[in-house]
Ligand binder design. Structure first.
Ligand code: CP
Ligand code: NVA
Length: 306
């Protein structure tokens, strides 16, 4: 049995296999074919933070695969009142077939997984957001951009950046990260990625210079400057990130036909301008839709590993 906690635990071949299963199921869905490989299975979804895409895509996805989702807000279950993670894990995994968790500390999901009898999927922690990167790479593939990509990430060194690092390190493309001083990626995650990159041939660089990162990039991406749990730092972050908005002028430094990705939700006028959101709406909302397809691929793949 396998869990899906970070891309670090997956080989390039496994990541591509998950995405390919997702693409096959996507084709089936577009042709009106429902094969229901997870018939009668239940997916428990524990949310300690808000969500639009993750909730809708997992709930819809498991239903289309023949199963059923349980939405468990930590406000409503005993986990939020102090029932230990290990007890919650043993109980839920004795009744459900798979568990998806969105939480704060990555250690919580690791502890849950260590007591779970069924696969656990990371639906975002403070450290990583790997299901988003499955959808992002599926989207890149569909738009014909893959191993040769030059990705520029402009913004906060957060859970999305860490997952981009893992994806680049595994797949083997170039990733340039530009963050303001004091908002860099975690040193250990960077070291892990640089180490893995030696095998895949990925080229990874970090700086405090967005212009340099953007030069001739084929993909430009960013994320909110204040992640969930950092609401109190918002005003301070808006000041610190001055000059980091991805706008028309910055996009001009990238390749002429460069694409822009955003995991959403997007804060227009902060990390990205309205103009860039409008110009790249097609790919951004394909990326959002691919959460559904990529995660269906993931759930089917995890089911096949037991
Ligand atoms: N991108 C993403 O995970 O969106 P939600 O927070 O809406 O789930
Ligand atoms: N970095 C953001 C991603 C939201 C999908 C957050 O953690 O809030």
């Amino acid at each position: 049995m396998r869990h899906f906690l970070t891309l670090k635990d997956f080989t390039k071949e496994e990541i591509l296999e998950i995405i390919n299963i997702g693409l096959e199921i996507k084709n089936d869905l577009k042709a009106g074919v429902y094969k229901e490989p997870l018939k009668k299975q239940t997916l428990a979804m524990i949310f300690e933070k808000s969500s639009t895409r993750t909730r809708v895509s997992f709930e819809t996805g498991i239903y289309q695969l023949g199963g059923h989702a349980l939405f468990l807000s930590s406000r409503d279950i005993h986990l939020g009142r102090g029932e230990p993670v290990k007890d919650t894990a043993r109980v839920i995994s004795s009744m459900c077939d798979m568990v998806m968790i969105r939480t704060f500390a990555h250690s919580m999901i690791e502890e849950f997984a260590s007591y779970s009898k069924v696969p656990v999927i990371n639906g975002l922690t403070d450290s990583y957001h790997p299901v988003q990167l499955l959808a992002d790479y599926m989207t890149m593939t569909e738009y014909g951009i893959n191993e040769n990509a030059v990705v520029a990430y402009i913004g906060d060194g957060n859970n999305m950046t860490h997952s981009w690092l893992m994806l680049a390190a595994k797949i083997g493309f170039e990733l340039r990260i530009a963050t303001p001083k004091g908002y860099e990626v975690d040193r250990d995650v960077l070291d892990d990625a640089v180490h893995l990159a030696k095998e895949s041939g990925a080229v990874i660089s970090v700086s405090n210079d967005p212009m340099e990162a953007l030069r001739d990039a084929t993909i430009v991406t960013t994320d909110t400057w204040a992640s969930m749990g950092q609401e109190d730092e918002k005003a301070q972050r808006v000041k610190a990130f001055d000059g980091y908005m991805v706008d028309g002028l910055k996009m001009c430094l990238a390749k002429k036909d460069a694409k822009f990705l955003h995991c959403l939700p997007a804060y227009r006028g902060q990390e990205v301008s309205e103009e860039i959101m409008d110009a790249h709406a097609d790919i951004i909302f394909d990326e959002a839709e691919n959460r559904l397809h990529a995660q269906k691929g993931l759930m089917v793949w995890l089911d096949r590993q037991r």
